[in-house]
Design a protein around this ligand. Structure first.
Ligand SMILES: C[S@@+](CC[C@H](N)C(=O)[O-])C[C@H]1O[C@@H](n2cnc3c(N)ncnc32)[C@H](O)[C@@H]1O
Length: 275
């Protein structure tokens, strides 16, 4: 698929997911009509976090981690969430950076933006702004953000180098990249990798850990760390892979432990002057 086709497939998938949540349903996450989100998107937020959020913001959660809990956000900081979906991480960030900080959410899907803005209204949080746009072309000036967060979105992009360059550009010198994303750990045969990626929901493909590091470094980032937060087992993906006609027992050794959600940290060096 070309980059533009991937983008339209992603937009259509998440537009449908947002409409389902707005109509009182649950989003289908992977495959056609499958409900296999739980091993990936279930139980990411604790009860205290969920209690301060509108139910629809929690239901629309389609991430694979909890970047706001790991990003060490401070009052007064400016946060940008790449691919903010129904707004869960933006609303949580806004509380952490209040009273003088602000949280931006960036998303390209109109239905998700509408859902996020409605969730903001219900939450009664004011230091939030949802922007329409693509993470490959962030509509903010250079050096304007303290922390870039994202939750399971960069793997959807067909141009990950550009996303990372854009994140670097908008961060202030010394600013933090604090992202949850799916990573592949070591070599996996291409066909199996594609099936598992479709199960996780990675439309354009997840990066290997070494590839992620190399791309972050090429974008200018330093202090790069990748910490697995949830490693998937063959049982997590069993139903989906079986429906795909894959002999699960045969591929188990190549899948077990090879796919993980990870927390990815990096910093724009304090001395960096260029966006
Ligand atoms: C897997 S969902 C994650 C949503 C949210 N981060 C969460 O944790 O619930 C992906 C979101 O990213 C958005 N998205 C995907 N690719 C994008 C892109 N290239 N530019 C902007 N938004 C994008 C989709 O519209 C969708 O809302």
């Amino acid at each position: 698929m070309a980059g533009s086709e991937i983008r339209e497939a992603v937009r259509s998938k998440y537009g449908e997911a947002a409409k389902k949540v707005a109509d009182g349903g649950r989003p289908g996450c992977c495959g056609v009509g499958q409900q296999c989100c739980d091993p990936v998107s279930g139980n990411l937020y604790d009860a205290a976090e969920k209690s301060i959020l509108p139910a629809e913001a929690v239901t629309a959660s389609l991430g694979c981690g909890n970047p706001t809990a790991l990003a060490k956000l401070q009052p007064g900081e400016i946060v940008l969430d790449l691919g903010s979906g129904g707004g869960i991480d933006v609303l949580l960030s806004a509380r952490r950076v209040a009273p003088n900080g602000k949280a931006y959410g960036l998303d390209m899907t109109d239905e998700m933006l509408a859902l996020a803005r409605e969730n903001q209204r219900k939450a009664g949080v004011e230091n939030v702004e949802f922007l329409k746009g693509e993470i490959e072309n962030i509509p903010l000036p250079e050096n304007s953000v303290d922390v870039v967060i994202s939750n399971c979105v960069i793997n959807l992009s067909a141009d990950k180098d550009r996303v990372l360059r854009e994140a670097f550009r908008v961060l202030r010198p010394g600013g933090r990249f604090a992202v949850s994303d799916v990573v592949v750990r070591g070599p996996v045969p291409a066909d199996i990798r594609r099936s598992v990626e479709l199960w996780v929901g990675c439309v354009a493909g997840a990066m290997e850990e070494a590839e992620y590091r190399a791309k972050l470094s090429a974008a200018g980032f330093a202090e790069i760390e990748i910490e697995p937060t949830r490693v998937y087992t063959i049982d997590d993906a069993r139903q989906f892979l079986t429906a795909e006609g894959i002999d699960v027992e045969a591929v188990a050794p190549q899948v077990e432990g090879k796919f993980a959600s990870a927390f990815i940290r990096a910093r724009k060096p304090a001395g960096a002057v260029k966006g």
